[in-house]
Ligand binder design. Structure first.
Ligand SMILES: [Fe+2]
Length: 268
């Protein structure tokens, strides 16, 4: 299995602080069945300004350390880039690292409590430029919780979404969990990741996450988002014909019925 999102590189951002922490996290992932891990340290303008050379070299160094320690996991270089104006041009110039340095896919995040006005135009410009945006942890953006329509529109625009598995277990609150489950039920996410920041409990959620995604989204959908799509993306291949079509499945919820009676807006 492939874990598509992690902050395992030691000392690069707010993730693993030491090599020992990175080794502990990697060991736990291997026990959970992970064979490949994208090392996606933050690129946050003004805070973490990691260049492709820095990330490629840190990924190589940690891979060597893992190999020496006998921990069998393959690291893939990547970066979780905070959306900012001009980022497409910087990606095209090679100033920001794409997934596996293939120049075809890039992991993008938004601030959790606001989505800047220029975000969609930046993502659409990326698509037009041949770099497919993958939005990290979509369930954690509260402004998207009203319904699934905004995330449905991403599908038509060629924008992918990557769920962090902790969202499925309430680690980011019950609203995030509810929305994460809704996204899986409706086949609106295309990749899974731990978003680990250290050897914490998050890395031990994979086996339970597998069961939950299969239960909510079905066996075939799970296989596509955990194996088929990530493997192709890591090779820089075109996945457009294989992206699952969104479904429209509504969920029973006391809160939803109460809100409907009271005339409040709610998640569908
Ligand atoms: Fe992250």
């Amino acid at each position: 299995m492939i874990d598509f999102h992690s902050h395992i590189l030691p000392g690069m951002d707010d993730g693993c602080a030491t090599t020992e922490e990175a080794l502990q996290a990697a060991r736990a992932l291997v026990e959970q069945g992970i064979q490949t891990l994208v090392a996606s340290s933050h690129y946050l303008p003004g805070h973490y300004e990691l260049t492709p050379d820095m990330l490629l070299s840190a990924t190589r160094d940690l891979q060597q350390t893992l190999d020496d320690a006998g921990i069998v996991i393959r690291l893939i270089p990547g970066c979780e880039i905070m959306v900012h104006q001009g980022m497409t041009e910087r990606l095209l110039k090679g100033d920001l690292l794409t997934i596996a340095d293939q120049h075809t896919y890039a992991l993008v995040e938004f601030p959790l409590h606001e989505i800047p006005w220029f975000s969609m135009s930046v993502l659409e410009h990326m698509v037009e430029s041949g770099i497919t945006p993958i939005v990290a942890h979509p369930a954690r953006y509260y402004l998207l919780h009203r319904d699934t329509e905004e995330i449905r529109s991403w599908y038509c625009k060629g924008i992918l979404a990557q769920l962090d598995i902790a969202s499925l277990f309430g680690l980011h609150g019950s609203d995030v969990q509810r929305f994460a489950e809704l996204l899986i039920r409706n086949h609106l996410v295309h990749l899974l990741g731990s978003d680990l920041h250290g050897p914490s409990s998050r890395v031990r959620l994979w086996k339970d996450a597998v069961k939950k995604v299969v239960k909510l989204g079905g066996e075939e959908y799970f296989h596509v988002i955990s194996e088929t799509l990530p493997r192709m993306i890591l090779r820089g291949e075109d996945i457009r014909l294989l992206v699952p079509s969104p479904r429209r499945i509504k969920t029973f919820s006391i809160r939803r019925i109460a809100n409907a009676i009271l005339g409040n807006d709610t998640v569908d």
